[in-house]
Design a protein around this ligand. Structure first.
Ligand SMILES: N[C@@H](CCC(=O)N[C@@H](CS)C(=O)NCC(=O)O)C(=O)O
Length: 202
């Protein structure tokens, strides 16, 4: 199988971290694409990365769907618990990580769009909304830090890759200041071999 991938995409990184953790990294060919320059609508009508192209079935997107597939395909403990309150906890954490990532991507897109426009659009309400989502999510994770401990799951991977993307695009962001316990957690989490092997190059 082949993963359409971009070096700086936090969604694609989440899938590759999951693949490493499930012992599947060697079975996935990575094909680097720029979704803004390459047309791959035939395998993903949204033309977004990540996209998992399979020999034995239709291509899969988005990142959660790919991670869920890899989770069932690979070995070891499940990254997404099958049922119960543990499943709720992991999916909730995943949603927070995904939300931080979406907000940071929105900010990044706005920065890129403004750079192309002569007269920047009024944007403060939008920018403020994204930063507020990021700050409030980090604070919540900080207060609920126990939910990030224990056996590895997709919630942890989602939060870890979201924070990695924040550091990549907005190194000046003060999320650590507002969330010291989360910062300590991330310090350890980012040392995992799967995170080290997938650290974005910029
Ligand atoms: N919800 C999707 C988001 C994927 C996404 O937005 N990927 C970005 C790269 S980080 C992309 O391909 N953007 C191209 C575009 O927006 O046209 C997921 O979780 O996979």
């Amino acid at each position: 199988m082949k993963l359409l991938f971009s070096d700086t995409s936090p969604y694609a990184r989440k899938c590759v971290v999951a693949a490493h953790e499930k012992g599947l990294a060697d079975r996935i060919e990575i094909e680097r694409v720029n979704p803004f320059e390459t047309d791959f609508h035939e395998v993903n009508p949204l033309n977004k990365v990540p996209c998992l192209v399979r020999e034995d079935g239709p291509s899969l997107f988005d990142s959660f769907v790919i991670c869920d597939h890899l989770d069932r395909l690979g070995g070891g403990d499940p990254l997404i618990p099958a049922a119960g309150t543990d499943r709720d906890r992991v999916l909730r954490l995943h949603a927070i990580g995904q939300g931080i990532t979406d907000a940071a991507l929105n900010l990044r897109s706005q920065v890129m769009r403004d750079a192309k426009l002569d007269t920047p659009l009024p944007k403060d309400w939008f920018i403020d909304r994204q930063w507020s989502a990021i700050q409030k999510s980090c604070k919540l994770l900080d207060q609920e830090i126990d939910s990030l401990q224990g056996t590895l799951d997709l919630g942890q991977i989602s939060v870890g890759t979201a924070l990695g993307y924040l550091d990549l695009r907005f190194p000046e962001s003060a999320w650590r200041h507002h969330a010291p316990a989360l910062a300590t957690w991330y310090e350890t989490f980012s040392q995992r071999p799967s995170m080290q092997a997938t650290a974005p190059k910029g």
